[in-house]
Design a protein around this ligand. Structure first.
Ligand code: HEC
Length: 173
């Protein structure tokens, strides 16, 4: 009886250790996919202006302009409840990544490469979600989206005609 009890305890310990290991593996896999998927490029502030910013995936400070459609700023993906994904369920985050569908029903602009991410296998999508949950929450509400007639409040990357680009003088850095 005693032996059986010890065996049961050992089995539970092994199971808990294995589960903890699996969770660590899942987060590591998610981090690998996030780095490979370029999420940091678009969703971390400072990336496009060459300024290091420790607010990893805390929402960009540059918008993407799609002529005639609007300007979209890649939002905060950290677990902050109000300005990030903290209040979203795992499935809502997965739907945004693979179907471009936000919880409020708005379809994300194709600047967010969800059509490519739609090919991720479900375990990889959940690994990305698990990794995003481990990020330090950042309080940062990105502005927008801005409609075609609106003036954006952040610098914009956009497709411009060659003649306009040729005359463009960048501001001093
Ligand atoms: C080329 C730029 C780009 C890349 C790369 C990118 N995103 Fe995005 N993402 C965006 C933009 C821009 C939006 C907002 C689009 C909109 O508002 O219509 C967005 C929106 C989102 C949203 C919805 C958030 C919200 O609050 O609406 C999630 C979740 C998301 N991206 C996750 C990811 C993940 C995870 C990766 C990497 C696997 C990734 N994105 C890679 C540009 C990008």
């Amino acid at each position: 009886m005693r032996m059986a009890a010890w065996a049961a305890i050992a089995a539970v310990c092994l199971f808990v250790a294995a589960a903890a290991h699996a969770a660590t593996d899942q987060v590591a896999r998610g981090r690998y996919l996030v780095e490979f998927g370029g999420c940091n490029d678009c969703h971390t502030p400072g990336h496009f202006t060459g300024k290091h910013d420790p607010r990893t995936l805390g929402g960009s400070d540059v918008g993407f302009g799609i002529p005639g459609v609007g300007v979209f700023v890649a939002p905060n993906l950290t677990p902050d409840e109000l300005t990030g994904l903290g209040a979203w369920t795992d499935q809502q985050i997965a739907n945004a990544i693979t179907r471009g569908m936000r919880p409020d029903g708005r379809r994300l602009s194709p600047i967010m490469p969800w059509k490519g991410f739609a090919h991720l296998v479900p375990s990889d999508v959940m690994a990305i979600v698990a990794y995003l949950r481990t990020l330090k929450p950042v309080v940062h509400q990105v502005p927008g989206p801005f409609g075609p007639g609106q003036t954006p409040t952040v610098p914009v990357m956009a497709i411009v005609p060659p003649s306009l680009y040729a005359t463009f003088k960048p501001p001093p850095r």
